[in-house]
Design a protein around this ligand. Structure first.
Ligand code: ADP
Ligand code: MG
Length: 383
């Protein structure tokens, strides 16, 4: 593929916050953006050149999007691989249908990691209730059941403390095939966010350290507070996975650092990632610009960290007392507010994030928590 230069059109299937930030960066660079989402006035539709009102699994709409675009990418991992295969007959698609086939199914993803010898969480697979005990015998307890398809932000997961809880957990998850994993004691979680171009050029962002609450990303610290050899190992692992997948575009690999010092792959996301939001403001190139560069076959941008940063997600819970008092955020000159333009806040929904730029990450974390408290309190607490 010849480099796709400004003036070209990027088609995005799915119109959430990832597509929105991609569109903002792509349009800054002079590209046109078309999105496909049931809500043409959703987060990405608001800032795109063209919005096609259709679901992410509407193949006819996706083919129309492809015809109107020069290259196609995705905003959500649920875009069906067969749909992408059809799109690929018309235009290049990144991630590819082949990559999505591996990633969309947790069991398939685990088999891929196994095949290539990448270190990962001890696990088994169960397609029926009868296979649960066998799978859990491999992992031991506590364990966690994760549906193989369509889980996110901890949805589609159930923790079990012993064999007696396997059956009820299976029911609770809707009797679907699951991966059973050992529930590990974690020292830290980190993620490698990188980009790979069609020619195989790679650029890696500084390692991110992540804290999840209720299985949803809460805070990212950059640089990650881990020893340099460990950070190097994580980056190497991320690069090897991108090559093994033959992925083009931005990709994130979530990793666990266990209490006993093992670095294990949790999951792969072949797209821009929540734990890479810090790049948009703290790095020379954002993950969104980098994704544009990679899928348009341009040279990749510099990934240097311009400033240490802490990112915290703003979930819908903060709207419990009405619109949060944003002036509390603007009172701090080193804090960047990102809101995704979602009309309806609900608990656990990602509505935006804060990026706090500070040399002192401890101070930044304290400010992040202070701001989250102030935003949650609503106007009642505003002096
Ligand atoms: P999702 O697709 O919802 O992001 P993950 O598998 O990444 O699902 O799980 C979300 C979070 O739950 C992880 O980042 C981690 O904090 C916790 N978690 C998931 N699996 C395990 C596990 N096997 N052991 C310990 N913690 C886990
Ligand atoms: Mg995850």
């Amino acid at each position: 593929m010849k480099p796709l230069l400004p003036g070209g059109t990027i088609g995005v299937i799915g119109g959430g916050q990832l597509a929105r930030m991609l569109a903002l960066e792509a349009r800054r660079m002079g590209y046109r953006v078309a999105v496909q989402d049931p809500d043409p006035q959703g987060p990405a539709g608001q800032v795109a050149d063209v919005a096609i009102g259709a679901r992410f699994d509407d193949e006819e709409a996706a083919l129309a999007l492809a015809r109107a675009s020069d290259v196609v990418t995705i905003d959500i991992e649920q875009v069906p691989a067969p749909l992408l295969k059809a799109v690929e007959r018309l235009r290049p698609a990144h991630p590819s249908a082949a990559v999505m086939e591996v990633i969309q199914d947790r069991a398939e993803q685990r088999r891929f990691l196994q095949r290539h010898g990448f270190p990962q969480v001890p696990h088994g697979v169960a397609g029926s209730p009868g296979e649960l005990e066998g799978a859990a015998a491999v992992t031991g307890y506590p364990a966690v059941l994760k549906v193989t398809r369509q889980g996110y932000d901890g949805r589609g997961q159930a923790q079990v403390e012993g064999p007696g809880e396997l059956g009820p957990a299976w029911e609770q998850l809707g009797r679907r095939p699951v991966v059973v994993e050992r529930y590990l004691e974690l020292e830290r979680e980190v993620s490698v966010v990188l980009a790979r171009s069609p020619a195989g050029e790679m650029a890696v962002f500084p390692l991110a350290e992540n804290l999840h609450r209720r299985h949803i990303l809460h805070t990212t610290w950059v640089p990650a507070r881990v020893p340099a050899p460990l950070a190097r190992r994580a980056v190497e692992l991320g690069r090897d996975i991108a090559v093994a997948l033959d992925h083009v575009g931005v990709m994130a690999v979530e990793m666990f650092l266990t209490r006993d010092g093992q670095l294990l792959v949790n999951e792969i996301a072949p797209r821009t990632h929540n734990s890479g939001h810090f790049t948009f403001g703290a790095c020379l190139t954002s993950q969104f610009e980098q994704h544009v560069r990679a899928i348009c076959n341009l040279p990749l941008g510099a990934t240097n960290l311009v400033h240490p940063a802490v990112m915290v997600n703003l979930l819908g819970d903060l709207w419990a007392h009405g619109e949060p008092p944003w002036e509390r955020v603007f009172a701090h000159p080193g804090v960047k507010l990102h809101l995704y333009g979602k009309a309806r806040p609900f608990p656990g929904r990602k509505m935006g994030h804060l990026l706090i730029l500070d040399e002192d990450l401890e101070r930044a974390s304290r400010l992040a928590e202070e701001l989250l408290d102030a935003l949650a309190a609503g106007y009642a607490d505003t002096p």
